[in-house]
Unconditional design. Sequence first.
Length: 307
Amino acid sequence: MPLSGPLFERSASAPPVPRGLPLVIALTGFTDAGSAVSRVVEYFRDDLVPTPLAVFSNDVLLDYRARRPVIAFDQDHLTDYRPPRLELSLAHDALGQPFLVLSGYEPDFGWDAFASAVLAFVDDYSVSTVTWVHAIPMPVPHTRPIGTTVSGTRRELTEAHSVWKPQTQVPSTAGHLVEYRLAEAGVQVAGFVLLVPHYLGDTEYPAAALAALDSLTVATGLVFTGEELREENREYLAKVDDQVGGSDELSRMVQGLEERYDAYMAGSTLATPMIHTGDLPSADELAAELERFLASRPSGDDDKRGA
């Protein structure tokens, strides 16, 4: 689809932006296991109340029929039209430290133009580092910390925080292209892939969002509290554990995941690769056991809510 207008519009009321701030990128879309990125975007917008610097054009970048905006119906008239948002903003963390955040939906169109715009912002604001997060489902247990795979140009982060280092080909996202272009330009960039339990990938799993915030802290030094997420996660895990404890079959399945995970993390020569699923329960099998619990959870997808 050809570009039909300006890619973005700068905010006329934007405040002065200090040079050398870190840039954080959170784009929902193709892969968002556990609604990790959706919840991070929600946290930024609701808790940090960022100030928009540039607003990207939905008419240029968004496929409305694939991700339909939400509109409210009140008895006999329509109210509260909520189109998706993709914005570059100035925000402050829990300690008041300023940073730039590019958050919202992953563009459907104009990827090259979008990546070029991000590079221009990085140059205009003399951005110090760029960090982005996304999440994929993996055969790992919810009883272990969420691991990450780290890519980019910051070797210290890759060496310290990549628990899985595959050599493979995957369907790309706009975030991947942005990282690739930034790396070509010599920018300090890091991409964190969260490895979320595959049987919880279609739910709002608060631990995934918390892991995303922790990854951003590791890369930038920014501090995010996320107290509501932490309380929600405690309640969520209690319900999951209750379901697991009530099913011998599910308990055996989770135990198998734990054993494989622990062997992999210990570097055992007997460990099979974490990605191998030949003798592990499928996501459908686990989801069937958890159906009663999972059905009570909203999907929470950022795109579906039109955030």
